[in-house]
Design a protein. Structure first.
Length: 234
């Protein structure tokens, strides 16, 4: 019986990972809805943890997805550029920007080979990135396009989904429990005490940056924020 349950969990996990992987391409049209459901409506709030630490000036968003953050950054007065390798996401983001009467250059490109000159951005932002963020080429390219003392802000994941405080099992608390389970299954949740989390941070700790880990408390979750400042030679 245990073996059967274990295999069932493996199949479910494999299906969910396959599904989430295709959210960026063939299923991009459903991304916002799925993100809203699986996060119990918190996705956009989680993303905002990356906004408050950005300095004034030009900002590059890596992996802009459906374009919500691009709109927010532009509204805040930043000179924004977005990149994403997915043509589907680029199309969706372009339509969102047009609908919001917002003009932001979008570039379909990989983070490992940024098509920009050296030292031109005051900050680079990436929220909930996939495996590419660990690639040394990504870190090197971000360092290259940042101005001296420029800031690289990463929101890698959620550390804890704790729901509204107060003890009552209301609908939001139940939804948060559901979101917490889903994020553990898909590997999106980060346990700051786990060896996996420690390895995660080691892989980002490249020379050329000074790194700081922050834990952003929000009403229904704790979000990890990584702040990297460009230093001397890489």
């Amino acid at each position: 019986m245990k073996l059967v349950l274990s295999r069932q969990r493996e199949w479910i996990n494999a299906f969910l990972r396959f599904f989430f992987k295709h959210l960026y391409t063939s299923l991009a049209w459903s991304y916002d809805l799925v993100a809203f459901i699986t996060s119990a409506g918190q996705w956009r709030t989680w993303q905002t943890a990356g906004l408050e630490y950005l300095p004034p000036g030009r900002v590059l968003e890596i992996g802009h997805g459906t374009g919500h953050m691009l709109c927010s950054l532009s509204t805040q007065g930043h000179g924004v550029v977005g990149i994403d390798p997915s043509k589907q996401m680029t199309h969706i983001a372009s339509r969102r920007l047009e609908k919001n009467d917002t003009s932001v250059p979008l570039v379909q490109a990989m983070a490992q080979a940024l098509p920009f000159k050296n030292d031109i951005f005051h900050s680079v932002l990436s929220t909930f990135p996939s495996e590419y963020i660990f690639n040394p080429s990504t870190i090197r390219e971000v360092w290259r396009v940042l101005k001296p003392e420029g800031i690289f802000v990463i929101i890698p994941g959620v550390e804890k989904i704790h729901g509204l405080q107060g003890g009552r099992k209301n609908i939001l608390a139940l939804l948060d429990e559901f979101a917490s389970i889903l994020y553990r299954i898909t590997g999106e949740a980060i346990d700051p005490e786990a060896s996996l989390a420690n390895e995660f941070l080691k892989r980002l700790n490249h020379p050329g940056f000074s790194w700081e880990i922050q834990h952003v408390r929000q009403p229904r979750a704790v979000v990890m924020r990584i702040i990297a400042r460009k230093m001397g030679a890489f």
